[in-house]
Design a protein around this ligand. Structure first.
Ligand SMILES: [Zn+2]
Length: 287
């Protein structure tokens, strides 16, 4: 074969290859609707444990020599990016996906992982997904606790009671003293999803249970990786919010007075997810 012909054939092969790549990588519905671009970063939190932070809820990645355990999988459009980010730190496949609760910013890539991984959540979280017709419903559920043993490592997934929903699980990595709290400790809360069984009244007591675990580091459902003290402060506020509402209502104060106190207190108190739900919080506390 002449060198010129070889060069020409190579050029054709490259052109065909590019066309094939362009074809296979073209997002579905291109032209109709621009697919959202993922925007995430992966960072090391401890040996073999990473946080993927950016879109939606935070994901946690625990690497073992028998596969990866992933906590929460963000939105549907983040699925490939999660796979790529995990590949940047290990060749191990994602074997388990642990969902902290039903919301689509934590379960959005479930459908993608279901064929190749076991997805686990609380029974209540699964019931909520079925009720809401959410995609990617898991095959495996638990009520109070389930443990995963993989590659000589242990992960504990536990339910302590109602808060953000009625099906919030926390994921505990005992060897590392790290907790992935889900939205029961998210920095955009305490945001009660009443339609899915959440409770402001019980949230503090639920975190009392969580704080019996021995951990130093918290990866919240949203927000930066934090220390244990973050969740202690969160528990204190989640306990004081219903107590304050109850006592102010008893004093004859109305919603506007309560909102004023919350806004003045600032921080989590002043979060729109709290202040905008005062009607519902007051209704719950009447019972
Ligand atoms: Zn949520």
């Amino acid at each position: 074969m002449s060198r010129t012909l070889l060069v020409r054939l190579s050029a054709v092969a490259i052109a065909l290859g590019c066309a094939w790549i362009a074809y296979t990588q073209a997002p579905p519905q291109q032209g109709k609707q621009q697919a959202k671009q993922p925007n995430n970063t992966i960072s090391k939190v401890a040996d073999d444990l990473y946080a993927i932070i950016g879109d939606g809820g935070n994901s946690t990645v625990y690497v073992t020599n028998e596969g990866v355990i992933l906590v929460d999988d963000k939105f549907e459009y983040d699925g490939q990016d999660i796979v790529d980010k995990v590949k940047s730190v290990t060749n191990q496949p994602i074997k388990y996906v642990l969902n902290t609760h039903l919301h689509g910013d934590h379960t959005g890539s479930n459908e993608r992982f279901l064929p190749t991984a076991e997805i686990i959540a609380t029974k209540n979280a699964r019931d909520n997904m079925v009720k809401n017709k959410a995609p990617g419903v898991m095959r495996v559920v638990f009520t109070d606790e389930t443990d995963i043993f993989l590659g000589g490592k242990e992960v504990r997934m536990k339910w302590y009671g109602r808060g953000h929903t009625n099906g919030d699980a926390v994921v505990y990595f005992p060897a590392l003293r790290i907790l992935a709290s889900g939205d029961i400790g998210a920095n955009n809360g305490p945001n009660v999803d009443y339609a899915n069984g959440g409770s402001m009244k019980e949230w503090g007591a639920t975190l009392d249970g969580v704080l019996k675990l021995d951990f130093d580091t918290v990866i919240p459902g949203h927000g930066p990786v934090s220390k244990r003290q973050y969740l202690i402060d969160y528990r204190d506020i989640a306990t004081k919010i219903p107590a304050t509402v109850t006592s102010m209502v008893r004093e004859g104060k109305g919603k506007d007075d309560i909102a004023k106190v919350f806004t003045t207190n600032g921080g989590l108190w002043a979060n729109p997810n709290v202040v905008n739900k005062l009607d519902q919080i007051m209704a719950e506390l009447k019972n």
